[in-house]
Structure formats: structure tokens, C-alpha cells
Ligand binder design. Structure first.
Ligand SMILES: NC(=O)c1ccc[n+]([C@@H]2O[C@H](COP(=O)([O-])OP(=O)(O)OC[C@H]3O[C@@H](n4cnc5c(N)ncnc54)[C@H](OP(=O)(O)O)[C@@H]3O)[C@@H](O)[C@H]2O)c1
Length: 298
């Protein structure tokens, strides 16, 4: 079995976690809706992740909905003491699987209780408030009202730490004036680097940044530069993409998602990959190449 070697750690709320974790979203059915194609395989991936040393799992009760949390509970409860499960609220699914905002006080309270029940926990270690976004990314606007609801649930003892997801730097600054923020989870990877300065600002304050879609999400990254670097290092493009994130900043915590045991093993081994300085310019060019392709396609 693969085990996570040579990966350093970072503070996440009250815990210290390995910088290479696991994102559970891909365990639900197609489109993150309904049951997995292969339930036993989904349970096996979760068990193998934890047996390999993963101590940080990202989830939400709107994956499925409920499916991913129920799988995590079935595979892993009673949970190892060192396992940090981070969930997120602020959205819901309709009967067709569409993603809808769920930001009212009632919806947020319900979501926290759904997560507690489906994960089989009495306290959620970290809950991310997932903010609004449009097709271009996070949408500006105050998140004071929903954040205050979460802070109330934290005082009630249902949540230990509050994090943010899909947020702009302005929303991060606003939130930090309201309550302590344990982590920020936004879209970021080799080809999508809009949060470069936010990452550096958070690093200065010791706040973890957790990129979602670290491998490119539903369409994993494809780039000739990435493939060439991977070949030079005798690694896979996905391992290089993860190693680049680990090198990018010490406050980056990874949650690559997979429903495949083979991909899980491949991803965990990325912790051992060291990227030499001379290959960094080729990797840094990927973001501008991708932006140029996007612009010419518009
Ligand atoms: N806050 C938010 O709004 C938000 C949004 C999206 C995701 N998230 C979180 O972020 C986590 C990570 O994002 P993600 O899972 O969507 O995207 P990702 O980690 O960037 O990529 C997952 C995709 O890559 C494939 N993959 C994984 N490892 C691979 C490998 N070694 N080689 C080739 N393909 C590989 C997976 O397919 P296979 O299953 O076939 O391996 C899947 O299609 C999620 O699990 C979720 O917890 C949060």
C-alpha cells in the first residue's frame, strides 16, 4: 500500500494535518448526483486513503446529496482521532441535480444538522461557508449575514472552526473582521492562478489555502509543457500538478479527488516528487498558455 511519505504538515484550525489530503466529491454518482457507480469501490478508496496516512478529507452534504457523507461514515466511523473532516454548506441540490444557493438562516442551520447526522458526528471540525459564484468565479457581495449564522452555531458548540469557499479577497477581509477564519478553499491550479496574491497574503497570516480542482476538476489538466516536465521527471502530469502546488506555498493543503484506487496511489506519491528549479519556468508558463487558448476561443 502507498503511504504518504515526505509530506510536511500545516495547521488547520486546532489540528496539524498533512499537506496532502483527499477530496471526496468524486465518490458520488455522475455529476456529483446520486449513488456511486460502484459503492464497494467508493468505500475502498476512502479506507485506502486513511490507511495510507491521509488525515484531511474534504466533503459536503450536497455531494449526492448526502451520498458522500454517508459513504465516509460507513467506511471510516468510528473515525481515527487524527482525521480532520472538513465540510461545506451554502448550496443545495434540486431533484434534477441542479446546484442552488442555500444561504438563508434556516437552510444553513439545516445543513449543519444534516452534516452532523450523515457523518455521525456531534461536532463538525471545520465548516466552510461556500459563497455565491457565477460562471466567472466568486461573486462579490457581503457575506456578513450567513457568516454570523455560522458563528452562532459555533457558539452553540456544533462547529469548531469556520472556513470560507468560493470567496473574493474582499470577502475574506470582511469575514476576518467577523470571526476567526480557519481556511480558504477556492479554485486554483497550475492553469488557473487568479488567487496568487490571496495565497501569499494568507500564508503571511498562517491561514491554509485549499485549492479545489487541483488537477483541473472534471476535465483534468492537459498541457504539452506539463507532459514534457512529467516525462523528464519520470512522473505523471497529475503528480507534477500536485507537486507544483505543494511547492507553490507552504500554506497550500491539497485535496485531490478521485474515485479510483490507482489514481489515489498515484496522487499520494506526488508528495515525494521534487521539482527542480530549472523546470519551473515551463510550469509557470502553463497559466498564460491556457489563458491565451481561452481568449482565442471566445
Ligand atoms: N468549494 C467548492 O466549491 C468545491 C468545488 C469543487 C470541488 N471541491 C472539493 O475539491 C476536491 C477536489 O476537486 P475535484 O475532485 O473536483 O477535482 P480534481 O481533484 O482537480 O480532479 C478530479 C478529477 O481528476 C481525475 N483524477 C484524479 N486523479 C487522477 C490521476 N492521478 N490521473 C488522472 N485523472 C485523475 C478524477 O477522476 P477519477 O475519479 O477517474 O480518478 C476526477 O475526474 C473535491 O473532491 C471537493 O472535495 C470544492
Amino acid at each position: 500500500m502507498t503511504s504518504i511519505n515526505q509530506v510536511d504538515t500545516f495547521r488547520l484550525g486546532s489540528r496539524t494535518v498533512k499537506r496532502l489530503g483527499y477530496g471526496a466529491m468524486q465518490l458520488a454518482g455522475p455529476g456529483v448526483f446520486g449513488p456511486p457507480r460502484d459503492r464497494d469501490a467508493a468505500l475502498a478508496v476512502l479506507r485506502e486513503a486513511v490507511a495510507s496516512g491521509v488525515d484531511h478529507i474534504d466533503t459536503s452534504d450536497f455531494y449526492g446529496p448526502h451520498v458522500t457523507n454517508e459513504l465516509i461514515r460507513e467506511a471510516l466511523a468510528p473515525y481515527p482521532k487524527n482525521l480532520t473532516i472538513v465540510t461545506k454548506i451554502g448550496a443545495r441540490r434540486d431533484e434534477k441535480g441542479n446546484w442552488l444557493p442555500a444561504f438563508s438562516r434556516e437552510e444553513l442551520i439545516l445543513a449543519v444538522h444534516d452534516n452532523l447526522r450523515n457523518l455521525g458526528l456531534e461536532l463538525l471540525e471545520v465548516v466552510n461557508l461556500r459563497s455565491m459564484f457565477d460562471m466567472h468565479g466568486p461573486a462579490e457581495g457581503s457575506i456578513e449575514v450567513p457568516l454570523t449564522v455560522l458563528a452562532g452555531l459555533q457558539r452553540e458548540g456544533l462547529i469548531r472552526h469556520i472556513g470560507l469557499s468560493n470567496v473574493t479577497p474582499t470577502q475574506v477581509a470582511e469575514s476576518r473582521g467577523i470571526c476567526e477564519i480557519a481556511c480558504v478553499q477556492n479554485h486554483y491550479n497550475l492553469a488557473h492562478r487568479g488567487d496568487d496574491s490571496l495565497i501569499d497574503d494568507l500564508a503571511r497570516d498562517g491561514i491554509p489555502y485549499v485549492p479545489f480542482f487541483p488537477l483541473g476538476g472534471f476535465s483534468p489538466l492537459q498541457s504539452s509543457s506539463l507532459s514534457e516536465v512529467a516525462e523528464r521527471l519520470n512522473a505523471t502530469p497529475m503528480q507534477v500538478a500536485l507537486a507544483w502546488l505543494l511547492r507553490r506555498s507552504p500554506n497550500i493543503l491539497l485535496i485531490p479527488g478521485t474515485s479510483s484506487p490507482a489514481h489515489l496511489r498515484e496522487n499520494l506519491t506526488a508528495a515525494e516528487l521534487r521539482l527542480p528549479d530549472d523546470l519551473m519556468p515551463a510550469l509557470d508558463r502553463i497559466a498564460s498558455e491556457t489563458a491565451a487558448v481561452g481568449a482565442s476561443a471566445e
